[in-house]
Design a protein around this ligand. Structure first.
Ligand SMILES: [Cu+2]
Length: 143
């Protein structure tokens, strides 16, 4: 009992602040629970700075990458490979638009909010396929 407690304390001290960072898992799917084709599930995540998003290659043929013009100022873009699990830690506050490159036109997109933020007016200003734009708009309603 005492030993367990000591081990727990040592572990907590070792991990420090990182112990409070969360990891969110996102499935990349051909078909979502609601029957929608080509989706990230969940398609919206509210995260905090330092949290990690893990994209799971649940179905084949998908990837996850930040969309040009849809990441906060000062943040670095990211890009996972098709068919591979991919993890990214987001330190910069803001709204991130994520797409699956092969299925962008089919609306395979998701939104990640890091911190207590609002979407910038420019978020959907670029050239965004209609289906993707519709889904982004629905996701942004969560903010
Ligand atoms: Cu895809």
């Amino acid at each position: 009992m005492i030993r367990t407690l000591a081990t727990g304390l040592a572990l907590a001290a070792l991990l420090g602040g990182a112990a409070f960072a969360e990891t969110f898992e996102v499935k990349m799917l051909n078909k979502g629970e609601d029957g929608e084709r080509m989706v990230f599930e969940p398609s919206f995540i509210q995260a905090a700075p330092g949290d990690t998003i893990k994209f799971l290659a649940t179905d084949k043929g998908h990837n996850a990458e930040s969309n040009d013009g849809m990441i906060p100022e000062g943040a670095e873009g990211f890009s996972g490979k098709i068919n591979e699990e991919y993890e990214v830690t987001l330190d910069v506050e803001g709204v991130y638009g994520v797409i699956c490159k092969p299925h962008y036109a089919m609306g395979m997109v998701m939104t990640i909010a890091v911190g207590d933020v609002e979407a910038p007016d420019t978020f959907l200003e670029g050239r965004v396929p209609r289906k993707a734009s519709e889904r982004f708009e629905t996701q942004l309603d969560n903010l």
